[in-house]
Design a binder for this molecule. Sequence first.
Ligand SMILES: *Cc1c(COP(=O)(O)O)cnc(C)c1O
Length: 430
Amino acid sequence: MSEAVQIKKSHRLFERAKQVIPGGVNSPVRSCLAVGITPVFIKSADGAYLYDVDGESYIDYVGSWGPMILGHKHPYVMEALEHAIAHGTSFGAPCPAEVEMAELICKTIESIEMVRMVNSGTEATMSAIRLARAYTNKSIVIKFDGCYHGHGDSFLINAGSGLATLGIASSLGVPEAIAKLTISLPYNNLEAVKTAFKEHKNIAAIILEPIVGNAGLILPKAKFLEGLRDLCTENGALLIFDEVMTGFRVSKGGAQELYKIKPDLTCLGKIIGGGLPVGAYGGKKEIMEMIAPIGKVYQAGTLSGNPLAMAAGLAQLKLLQSPLTYKMLESNTNRLTEGLKAIKSKKVPLQIAHTNGMITVFFTKEPVTDFESAKSSDTEMFAKVWRHLIKEGIYWPPSQFEAAFISTVHSKHDIDKTIQAFETAVANLS
Ligand SMILES: *Cc1c(COP(=O)(O)O)cnc(C)c1O
């Protein structure tokens, strides 16, 4: 199909969309504003591939922003969904799959003794801080610059993801009275957290991405997480790990298993829904039992524990119980990382961060350890490389401040093609 025709259908859809949807999209980063193109509209997906409305195919490194760890349309997940759908789409009453889901999460993640299902990561984090405030009877929440915890009011202060991409790290519309209850500190800076605890007696919780994915990928320094754990325990605050992105990805038990730190509460989402809208928050029984109907912290959801979402999520989580899956993910991640690290360029500075199933290529000279250093990246350079990649049929996250997601079904061929395309794109820059 010719390029002119290819642009047309997505173009036409985007023009229509912009009339009736703000910015033409239902989630900001999808607009591809930061890379300066019209977004491609996707018709279908299969395995490691996306297919757009104009018949072009792409090797997908967005994976629906995390959920598709086993690739799109995994036969086992599809079969579970088809089976569930035959029984109805929503009951508004308890269903067996919810129990199975909760049991599986509690069995897999050691720090979770009880869990409540919700419909998105945003709901999980909003509910978790409400619970932490109730449990501690305190109100201030510490978060870190560049971390994204969904779009709850309390989290839209120096936030990552789409806010970083658009350069509006703190959203309008958050009342001052709420904003002043959030303290945002530099990631990986334990001293700043110590100082905050000295200055404020009213800290209910620290919430963080134990591995940051939403400012691009940033790993915690040695002892950072351990230091936060100690500070929370000493000061009677709760430690909340937002593992919406890292849960069941960086390892079966999430970042907390990898770094051997036990948070008080954990937020989950993305992978646990197998591509359907899901979130969850869980932790110590003593804390979780404060939630209604047995406790006085109110939280509810018309579609929470939805039978279709539970079926898809459970199928995916069952497949992830096999250590082989994580070996495959690790081997795919390493192949891509090593290939990208081997790209040599005198003029284009590259910092490559990776963990199991996630990678970011930062266009900066500085090692990236926090939001400040991530922001030193040359976003113009990134955009140029991105536009080359999409032409080569590679769908990389359209922002410097997002991690790319690797799945178990990316083939060696897919990965090598990606490395090759990066190499050409970087060579074109210098
Ligand atoms: C995606 C994400 C969220 C928000 O989840 P939604 O389902 O988009 O509301 C929260 N926290 C982290 C770490 C995320 O990556």
